[in-house]
Design a binder for this molecule. Sequence first.
Ligand SMILES: [Zn+2]
Length: 328
Amino acid sequence: MMIRDDLSIGVDIGGTKIASVLINRKGTVLASDYRMTEVEMGKQETIKRILESIHSVYTEEDSISGIGIDVPGLVDPREGIVENAVNLGWDRVELRKELQMALGTKVPIFLQRDTYAQALSEYYYGCARGEKNFVYLSLGSGLGAGALVDGKLLQGANRSALEVGHMVLPGLKALCSCGKTGCVETILSGPGMLRTYQDVSWQAQIPSALSEKKDLTLAEISAAFTTGEERSRALFAEVSHYAAIVIAGILSVLNPSLVIIGGGTGLAIYDAIQAQMKAEIEQLTWKENVRNVRIEKSSLDSSALGAASLVWYGMTDNQEHQIFQEVN
Ligand SMILES: [Zn+2]
């Protein structure tokens, strides 16, 4: 495979926005673009916007090593297919083929699930630099994760490894968007925290300074928490508890040296939950699996950095991708 100059394009496709960057190996952002997805306009319109976004950061083809794309959903990176992305309303979309044809380029395109890509950006540019075994947890509209295990991106048989948000745990009773009851993302997510705070049984039992408020936000609950408001304290205690259960399970199974918490909600609540969460993790985990583990919040703020990192990973570490590119 011809190695071009060291620039990479990353495109993070979300349910609400498309973010693109052009970066060098050091992670310096040389160009960026941000536009709305507007999923309701349909798949072809979304693909058109992805192409426009790529074009807006594109530079001379010879200097680009590859284009990395990440999506919120199930992906077949080898075939370049988005198998299922509920937030985009996509079902089996041959995204790589469509983009390659429309762009008319031989520049390799790498496709991956968003949380896996974000884990790679932590490896190249975040607090996981040099770590071969770490887990990245993303709390946002749901709960997702990605991990490197012995230096390799963990994907699983159906490429849905670390689908931790849909672990059903005792004590949770809310209906999840997946159709099951009691998935942990019904509390470990932005919408989950809001829903729990406003839960009818909590309304009856735990006083709130905000209960009359319409269109309550997580920022308002967080602000109330710092004043010692009772229901927000109860909420953050529950969130800490369930985060500890999830992380303790991950530590026992994968034995990482580092757990990174990211995502908009994760970053917003990290300081409030970390003390109780870490104490419970110690209680729930065998001492050898919790020894020397670092738990930190993400320091990265560009989701597209993860997509761009797919190019570096695809070029150097992932033989499957490299072979695919050589035969095509
Ligand atoms: Zn679920």
